[in-house]
Design a protein around this ligand. Structure first.
Ligand SMILES: NC(=O)c1ccc[n+]([C@@H]2O[C@H](COP(=O)([O-])OP(=O)(O)OC[C@H]3O[C@@H](n4cnc5c(N)ncnc54)[C@H](OP(=O)(O)O)[C@@H]3O)[C@@H](O)[C@H]2O)c1
Length: 281
C-alpha cells in the first residue's frame, strides 16, 4: 500500500518512517511543503498518489498552544481538514493521531472511545476539533488517540526530560496526582504495523481508537521506577499539580481504555514498565 508520512522528523513520524515503507515528507527536506497552503499539500499528494496517508504533523507544545493559537489551529485543525478533504476525494486512507488531552481528566477510571470529551486547554481543543472534522468529512480514516508519548532519542518528552534531570539535580519533584501511562513511539509503531496488516485483510474497521500501554501510574511512581531502573541516587519527592506553574491546564486522569483495540487485534497490549525497559535496555 503506497504510503505518505507527513511530519516524518517528529518523535513519532521519525520512528514510523524508519519502520514502515513510505515516502517521508517534512518541512526541512521538502521546501515546497506548506501546511497552510492547500495547493502545496494537494500537489505533494497528487505527485505520489498514495493509498494511505499517515499524519504525524502536529503543534504539540501544550503551553505554547495557549499563546500561539493561530499557528496551533493551522497545524492541528486546518491542515488536517485539508488532508481529510483530499483523502475523501481520492479514496485514500487517513491515519491520524489524537490525544488523551481531549478529556478533562475528572472521570474515575479509564476513558474509552465513547467517553465525553471536554478538553481543558487549547491544544486539546484543537485536537478534538480535528477528530470531529475527520468524522464529518468521513474519509476512510483511523484515528489513534495516544497518551504520554515518548521517543527516547528526542528531547520533547517526559521520559527524556526526567532522565536529563536525574543527571543534573539531587531532588526531583514529580506530581503524584497525574495518572497515565508513558507510551513509546516504538510501541505505537509496532501496533500501527499490526493495524495496517489487519486493515489490508479487511479486518480493521475505520474509526477512533485508544492506543496506550497498560497499568497506568502517576508521574511520581514513574520517576521512582526510572530511578530504580537507572540506579541513580536522586531523591524523588511527590508534589501536587496545583503547585506547579504552567500556562495550560492539564487533565489529572489521562488513562485510556484500550479494550476496543485489543478485541480487534486479539492482542494484549504491554504495560508501560515493559515498554520503558525495552526502550532503555
Ligand atoms: N507528544 C505527546 O506527548 C503526545 C501525546 C498524545 C498525543 N500526541 C499526538 O501524537 C502525534 C505525534 O506527536 P509527536 O510527539 O511525534 O510530535 P512532535 O515530535 O512535536 O512532531 C510534530 C511534527 O509536526 C511537524 N510540524 C509542526 N508544525 C509544523 C508546520 N507548521 N509545518 C510543517 N511541519 C510541522 C514537526 O516538524 P519540525 O520537526 O520540522 O518542527 C514534526 O515533524 C501528534 O498528533 C500529537 O498530537 C502526542
Amino acid at each position: 500500500m503506497k504510503t505518505l508520512v507527513f511530519g516524518s522528523n517528529g518523535q513519532l513520524g521519525s520512528e514510523i518512517s524508519k519502520r514502515i515503507k513510505s515516502i517521508h515528507i517534512n518541512r526541512k527536506k521538502n521546501h515546497n511543503f506548506d501546511i497552510s497552503n492547500f495547493n502545496s499539500v494537494k500537489k505533494i499528494i497528487d505527485k505520489h498518489k498514495p493509498k494511505m496517508i499517515i499524519n504525524c504533523v502536529a503543534f504539540t507544545n501544550v503551553d505554547k498552544a495557549e499563546m500561539y493559537k493561530k499557528l496551533c489551529k493551522q497545524t492541528n485543525v486546518l491542515f488536517v481538514e485539508m488532508l481529510a478533504k483530499i483523502c475523501k476525494i481520492n479514496n485514500i486512507l487517513l491515519i491520524h493521531f489524537s490525544t488523551d488531552y481531549i478529556f478533562n481528566g475528572r472521570k474515575k477510571g479509564p476513558y474509552n472511545e465513547k467517553s465525553i470529551c471536554k478538553p481543558l486547554n487549547y491544544y486539546g481543543k484543537s485536537k478534538l476539533t480535528a477528530e470531529q472534522i475527520i468524522r464529518k468529512i468521513d474519509c476512510k480514516h483511523i484515528i489513534l488517540r495516544v497518551s504520554w508519548l515518548y521517543n527516547i532519542r528526542k528531547k520533547n518528552n517526559f521520559i527524556y526530560k526526567l532522565t536529563e534531570q536525574m543527571k543534573k539535580k539531587t531532588i526531583i519533584f514529580l506530581p503524584d496526582d497525574q495518572f497515565g501511562s508513558p507510551t513509546s513511539v516504538r510501541f505505537v509503531t509496532s501496533i500501527l504495523l499490526k493495524i495496517i496488516s489487519f486493515y489490508k485483510k479487511r479486518n480493521f474497521p475505520h474509526g477512533t481508537y485508544n492506543l496506550a500501554t497498560g497499568q497506568p501510574s502517576n508521574r511520581y511512581q514513574i520517576g521512582l521506577y526510572l530511578k530504580k531502573f537507572l540506579k541513580t541516587n536522586n531523591e524523588i519527592q511527590p508534589i501536587k499539580t496545583y503547585k506547579i506553574k504552567s500556562r495550560a491546564k492539564r487533565p489529572l486522569n489521562s488513562t485510556l481504555s484500550t479494550i476496543k483495540l485489543q478485541k480487534i487485534l486479539k492482542n494484549n497490549l504491554i504495560n508501560w514498565k515493559n515498554d520503558l525497559r525495552r526502550n532503555l535496555g
